[in-house]
Design a protein around this ligand. Structure first.
Ligand SMILES: C[S@@+](CC[C@H](N)C(=O)[O-])C[C@H]1O[C@@H](n2cnc3c(N)ncnc32)[C@H](O)[C@@H]1O
Length: 285
């Protein structure tokens, strides 16, 4: 069974009209609520039909879904290694922008789900994660400046800053930093050099914007194009230079965060070729 309701050519045509796309998308997600979640070999927990992290049920897509989540857990383990910590040494986790639990399902096989909080603006997704994996739900808000997060020891946000307007991404980093306990870690991903060199990998329309995107990233360290078909300025594609990310984190007043890991294109194709950044709040701060 395919999970897409329309072939790509029809979907591209619908995307040209934001209103039509919004209606079709809302209908697709409404229908998806009634499709029972499915279990697939080798993947812990069931997968919701509305989980767009799995575009179809083919073996390669299932493998990317599985291995992409494992890769995130690998990066988390690598970030803990210099402090000789293991996953089980972390008391409280936050998966920010958890979606339908692509990553949280992998983490919840290694640590007690009771130690994990899962946040998303999508209430259905958060409630699914809570029911399916036993984690604590947090329904987030698009206006991140007003967010109060629980104090935790490890926050990860996969493929979230990659879609937010730059000011919102910056604000989110501040909110994350404030939620970190002393010694806490922050892992997040951005679109970096790989994504800037091949913007057409994400959508054909970006090919002709490549020069402009490069210029903006060279000049401002960041470029952002809203998704025309979403009909909003608040969600789209965002590219960052790694130096800009370091500047943004460095400009946070308190607490001070130190970089513990940077993996360029660290998630590879499994998560849309994103750079992985991990920072740590000093245990003494
Ligand atoms: C591209 S998806 C990635 C999902 C998941 N992290 C993964 O890697 O499979 C981005 C997610 O970020 C969520 N998101 C966007 N803005 C958010 C916000 N302000 N608060 C919480 N979640 C947000 C979206 O709803 C979506 O589930």
């Amino acid at each position: 069974m395919g999970r897409k309701l329309l072939p790509k050519s029809a979907l591209d045509a619908v995307k040209r009209s934001p209103r039509l796309y919004a209606g079709a998308r809302a209908l697709r997600f409404k229908l998806g609520r009634f499709v029972p979640p499915r279990q697939f070999d080798g993947i812990p927990g069931r997968i919701h039909f509305n989980d767009l992290g799995l575009p179809d049920d083919s073996p390669p897509s299932l493998e990317l879904y599985r291995s992409g989540a494992e890769l995130v857990v690998d990066h988390i383990e690598q970030s803990l290694a210099p402090a000789r910590q293991r996953l089980t040494d972390i008391d409280a986790w936050l998966d920010f922008g958890c979606g339908y639990g692509r990553v949280v399902r992998a983490l919840a096989t290694r640590v007690e789900p009771q130690r994990i909080w899962a946040a998303d603006v999508n209430r259905e997704a958060v409630e699914f994660c809570a029911r399916e994996f036993g984690v604590h739900p947090i329904v987030s808000t698009p206006d991140v400046a007003t967010l109060t997060l629980p104090s935790v020891d490890y926050i990860y946000a996969i493929s979230v800053l990659t879609h937010l307007p730059p000011e919102r991404g910056r604000e989110l980093l501040r909110v994350f930093a404030e939620a970190l306990r002393p010694g806490g870690y922050l892992l997040f991903t951005t679109h970096g050099r790989w994504a800037l060199d091949r913007p057409e990998w994400y959508a054909a329309a970006y090919a002709q914007m490549q020069r402009r995107l490069r210029e903006e990233v060279d000049r401002d360290g960041v470029a952002y194009i809203p998704y025309h078909h979403y009909g909003t300025q608040d969600y789209g594609m965002t590219w960052h230079s790694s130096s800009r990310v370091a500047e943004l984190v460095g400009s946070l007043r308190r607490p001070l965060l130190e970089q513990v890991l940077f993996a360029e294109d660290g998630l590879g194709e499994s998560t849309g070729h994103q750079d992985v950044h991990v920072y740590r709040r000093s245990p003494e701060s």
